[in-house]
Ligand binder design. Structure first.
Ligand SMILES: *[C@@H]1O[C@H](CO)[C@@H](O)[C@H](O)[C@H]1NC(C)=O
Ligand SMILES: *[C@@H]1O[C@H](CO)[C@@H](O)[C@H](O)[C@H]1NC(C)=O
Ligand SMILES: *[C@@H]1O[C@H](CO)[C@@H](O)[C@H](O)[C@H]1NC(C)=O
Ligand SMILES: *[C@@H]1O[C@H](CO)[C@@H](O)[C@H](O)[C@H]1NC(C)=O
Ligand SMILES: *[C@@H]1O[C@H](CO)[C@@H](O)[C@H](O)[C@H]1NC(C)=O
Length: 400
């Protein structure tokens, strides 16, 4: 009986001590010592509780309402390897926020509205972070710029996996990922990217998976394909983009078909336009399917040519009209000018004619060499033969 009581007491004591263990779990959270997990989900908490047990390796603090995460929140949690802070409406990450989490491997900040990210927000001594999730959490373009700085100053040299999906990213600045030389998986799905450039992925040549699905790529340029080629080890996901299947697509289609090993979602690459091409797979496109050397595009080209001829005609007509208008407005000046010219011409022609007559008249040939004499004689000649003059006269009926 005494033994039983002792046993009973022991059991009670054990359970009460384990109760005490549970009692140290902060309110609003659930603690699971066997799995070393603490979970504080959707309880309207406005800050990370202070009394989170030190054994925790997995800390979920999700669906609450925290605006700013402070470094003090995580003091003493040196066993945490996985921290999930998704959907908390976090707007600001201050400097060294996670620096006491020296074992941190995975950090998830999905679904927040990060307006301000301090350059050293992700800095942790020893650079332990390997996974960083920022899906749907950048507030605007300024936050992206902040993040770029933070990637550079964050000591994230050991990062293996970065998720930037669903952030409305339009443009990736060159060399953005170069501070992450060990990156293996990069997710850029569900953004608004339109192009890959020369150095978009420079510095991350060890990439094993690149996810570009659900963006707004209509094709990939030669430059973009070169860049993708340089990621020699990476499996590429390129589906759910609105590919534009016209002639410009020829090169990309051929590249896709020849890179079938590397493109992981080959059959997910579908034409979105023009309408007659809708839902055709990009890899099945050849020059003849695209009609590059056939009628469709040459017709389009001819139409363009016609349009440009019509335009040229219009411009010429306009120039002509302006010219006529100018002539009309200056008609008096032009009349005077023409009269002047006419008179000058008459003088010259008469001079020539006179000289010709002198030259042909043996009686006065000896006189014609002297110009002074010639002019005097010319006026004489004019009076003598008015009929000859009239034949050289320019008609005076020119009018404008
Ligand atoms: C971390 O876990 C170890 C045992 O795995 C434990 O000894 C240590 O006290 C824990 N750290 C804290 C801060 O509780
Ligand atoms: C982003 O949002 C912040 C805060 O509202 C604002 O100060 C900043 O100008 C915005 N940036 C852009 C590019 O709109
Ligand atoms: C992208 O969006 C689609 C549809 O909304 C969703 O099914 C998919 O999981 C998202 N992908 C990523 C990587 O966020
Ligand atoms: C791409 O960058 C290389 C140097 O890294 C340069 O030689 C090349 O001309 C660039 N190509 C384009 C299309 O800008
Ligand atoms: C795709 O490539 C294969 C060889 O790898 C070739 O036989 C086939 O004709 C190509 N298809 C298209 C549409 O280019």
């Amino acid at each position: 009986m005494r033994v039983f009581l002792l046993w009973f007491c022991g059991a009670l004591c054990a359970s009460s001590s384990s109760l005490g263990f549970y009692a140290r779990c902060p309110s609003g959270c659930q603690c699971f010592p066997p799995s070393r997990t603490v979970r504080c989900a959707s309880r309207g908490l406005s800050a990370v509780p202070h009394a989170i047990p030190g054994y925790a390796t997995n800390l979920f603090f999700v669906g609450n309402t925290v605006r700013k995460i402070r470094p003090e929140s995580f003091v003493g949690l040196d066993n945490v390897t996985s921290l999930v802070l998704s959907n908390n409406g976090i707007t600001e990450l201050s400097s060294h926020t996670f620096s006491s989490l020296t074992m941190l491997r995975s950090l998830n900040l999905d679904g927040n509205q990060l307006v301000l990210i301090h350059p050293e927000a992700f800095w942790v001594p020893g650079s332990p972070i390997q996974d960083l999730h920022l899906s749907g959490s950048l507030y605007n373009h300024t936050s992206l710029m902040d993040l770029i700085t933070a990637l550079r100053w964050g000591g994230l040299g050991n990062l293996l996996h970065l998720d930037l999906s669903g952030n409305h990213i339009l443009l990736l600045p060159p060399g953005l990922f170069s501070p992450l030389p060990n990156l293996r998986q990069l997710c850029l799905a569900n953004n608004s990217l339109v192009a890959v450039y020369n150095s978009t992925f420079s510095g991350v040549e060890r990439l094993e998976l690149l996810d570009l699905t659900g963006n707004t790529f209509t094709s990939f340029s030669t430059e973009g394909l070169h860049q993708l080629e340089r990621l020699a080890r990476a499996r590429l996901l390129l589906g759910r983009n609105p590919y534009l299947c016209t002639c410009g697509m020829e090169q990309f289609a051929a590249w896709v078909n020849s890179s079938r090993v590397r493109v992981g979602d080959l059959d997910g690459l579908l034409c979105a336009s023009p309408p007659q091409m809708n839902h055709i797979t990009v890899r099945s496109l050849t020059a003849s399917v695209l009609g590059c050397h056939g009628n469709i595009l040459s017709e389009v080209g001819e139409m363009g040519l016609h349009t440009s001829y019509v335009f040229l005609g219009l411009v010429c007509g306009l120039v002509g009209m302006v010219f006529l208008l100018v002539l009309y407005l200056n008609r008096k000046g032009i009349n005077k000018y023409i009269t002047d010219i006419r008179e000058a011409c008459r003088d010259i022609l008469e001079g020539y004619q006179y000289r010709y007559e002198i030259d042909s008249d043996p009686r006065i040939r000896h006189v014609g060499t002297n110009s002074q004499q010639g002019r005097i004689s010319k006026s004489n000649h004019q009076q003598q033969s008015p009929a000859d003059v009239s034949t050289n006269q320019i008609p005076t009926t020119i009018s404008l």
